[in-house]
Design a protein around this ligand. Structure first.
Ligand code: ZN
Length: 253
């Protein structure tokens, strides 16, 4: 069986039998993989504690037909401990890990998503930014890598130069007066400025924001994520259903 070595972040784990665990890992080189870690739930396991969600590890695995098998795991970064000690950091990390899982497919290389994920967890563990800001910056940038970059300044539909006030999640962000659709909201200009700063990695602007705008920005970010993840799942179902005749015009209803 082929052996490989890769670094990765553990996204989630679940129990297998009495002593084993299946781990889902977003790796640098191979995208998302699933592997069996044998005996890790025994107290004497050499690498059990390194294979918890959020851990950054260097892995050696045997490639299997369905599941790979972990043979070695070395810790690359002690950020897992720092995250586990702080409740608000840990809840942000959990949301980051779940989103990384949802936005990636097994065995499809996702280097940009891996780098963004590792960077977000490191920032959360070691730097002084508020947890909710690190989370929202991660979510906006992960959506952008997935091809769904929201627009917070120029019109999301026609590109007309901003700033614009109307905001509509399903349209991709802010809208000019001509493109504005029913159901648009009007967030505070400071909130849109905060979201643009988070997307661009402008931390001085983000750190200077106040609680009210952070809360509003988190709501809009969550709405963006929900919209795209649900649409993603729905579109996958649609592909499956229409695969035999996908050249035919699509029926609706
Ligand atoms: Zn427009």
């Amino acid at each position: 069986m082929p052996l490989y070595r890769d670094s990765g972040v553990v996204l989630r784990t679940h129990k297998l039998g009495e002593a084993d665990r299946i781990i889902t890992v977003l790796t640098r080189g191979r995208g998302k993989i699933r592997a069996v870690a044998k005996g890790v739930r025994r107290t004497k396991s050499k690498f059990g504690a390194r294979l918890e969600p959020g851990m950054h590890v260097d892995l050696q695995c045997y490639e299997g037909r369905n599941l790979d098998t972990v043979t070695q795991a070395e810790s690359l970064d002690p950020w897992g401990d720092a995250l586990a000690r702080d409740y608000s950091r840990w809840t942000a990390a959990s949301a980051i890990l779940e989103t990384a899982d949802r936005l990636t497919e097994e065995h499809e290389p996702a280097l940009q998503q891996y780098l963004l994920l590792a960077g977000a967890l490191r920032t959360l563990a070691h730097e002084g930014h508020a947890s909710e800001l690190v989370l929202d910056a991660y979510l906006l940038r992960a959506l952008a890598i997935a091809g769904w970059a929201p627009s917070f300044h120029d019109c999301a539909q026609c590109g007309d130069e901003g700033p614009h006030r109307a905001f509509h999640v399903a349209s991709g962000g802010v809208l000019c007066r001509l493109c504005r659709v029913p159901g648009s909201s009007s967030p505070a200009p400071e909130t849109l400025g905060l979201l643009a700063a988070l997307l661009a990695g402008d931390w001085p602007t983000a750190d200077a924001s106040i609680e009210r705008h952070r809360r509003e920005g988190s709501g809009l970010t969550a709405a963006f994520l929900q919209w795209h993840l649900e649409r993603g799942v729905l579109s996958l179902r649609h592909v499956d259903r229409t695969r035999p005749d996908h050249h035919q015009p699509q029926r609706t209803g």
